[in-house]
Design a protein around this ligand. Structure first.
Ligand code: FES
Length: 292
């Protein structure tokens, strides 16, 4: 019921969410192409390539936790006023604002690859979070200029916005699978299975094969056969349609690079590595089994 209402609300806002989203998304794309390698490194950091996990959800726990602590300290201070409680609440709000800005940067980096309903929902999520950060910043200024009661009320409003926004973020993850490893439900074979006659695999041309129901990408290069998961862990792009650059296969949808020898992510937006398969040739048949 709540989800249906949210979907209807988000769809009702598409007239302004879409154009604003396009402006922001295009600005990120332009900054990325103008920034070259440095922009790629920054985006890789923000996606969480170094963490092998999306960075955004790890950061969002900090403002939610800090602002929850500030609420509790404010409540205690209203029952038994104490300078230490006031300082604690203000400090927690500061931590929440700083972490909220970091989470916003990581969220923007992830968001600009989305389309349709998920893009709109992500826009709304980001705008609500930004509003919460603004409310808390004003609240902090009021608390420090002898308007503590009004500042506390404003932080309750900020907390309400952040909580609703967190729900929308959860909907993107749990309802739409954004940020989830798209291969998580695959069951790759643990024993060797035949997937293709060796003679049918052309050099330097990625090919999709089926290994007991799991799609696998094969590539013969410089006499060696590589086998990686075929489904991009980011949003499910088909890796056999991608280019080979240096020692990596590049996803055709959003450009994630996966190392051919290890499956690790060289460049995002993907953060989860691809499954690496062991390969052998038996009686002219290529056989694979998952290597890890
Ligand atoms: S689906 Fe997004 S990089 Fe592959």
């Amino acid at each position: 019921m709540l989800q249906k209402s949210i979907n209807e609300f988000v769809e009702g806002q598409r007239n302004w969410l879409d154009p604003v989203g396009d402006i922001i998304g295009n600005a990120i794309i332009q900054a990325k192409s103008a920034g070259g390698d440095r922009a790629t490194r920054v985006l890789d950091f923000l996606h969480g390539v170094w963490l092998e996990h999306p960075l955004h959800p790890a950061l969002t726990d900090v403002p939610v936790g800090a602002w929850t602590a500030a609420c509790a300290l404010d409540a205690l201070d209203s029952i038994a006023p104490d300078e230490k409680l006031k300082r604690g609440a203000d400090g927690a709000i500061c931590i929440g604002i700083a972490a909220g800005l970091g989470a916003a940067a990581a969220g923007l980096a992830d968001w600009h690859y989305l389309g349709g309903r998920n893009r709109r929902l992500g826009m709304l999520h980001g705008l609500l979070n930004l509003s919460a950060v603004i409310f808390y910043t004003v609240s902090l200024a009021m608390r420090r200029s002898q308007h503590r009661s009004s500042g506390s009320l404003l932080s309750i409003l900020g907390y309400s916005l952040a909580s609703f926004s967190a729900y929308l973020g959860g909907e993107l993850v749990y309802g739409s699978g954004i940020g989830v490893d798209r291969t998580a439900w695959q069951r790759p074979p643990k024993e060797f299975v035949a997937v293709l006659p060796e003679a049918e695999l052309e050099d330097n041309k990625p090919r999709r094969v089926d290994a007991n129901g799991t799609p696998v990408m094969l590539l013969r290069r410089q006499g060696r056969i590589h086998a990686l998961g075929h489904t991009c862990t980011h949003l499910g792009g088909p890796l056999s349609d991608g280019q080979i650059i240096d020692n990596a296969v590049v996803c055709p949808w959003h450009g994630s690079h996966f190392d051919l020898d290890s499956g690790r992510v060289v460049h995002g937006p993907a953060t989860f590595p691809e499954k690496l398969y062991e390969v052998r040739v038996t009686n002219g048949q290529i056989e694979v089994k998952v290597g890890r």
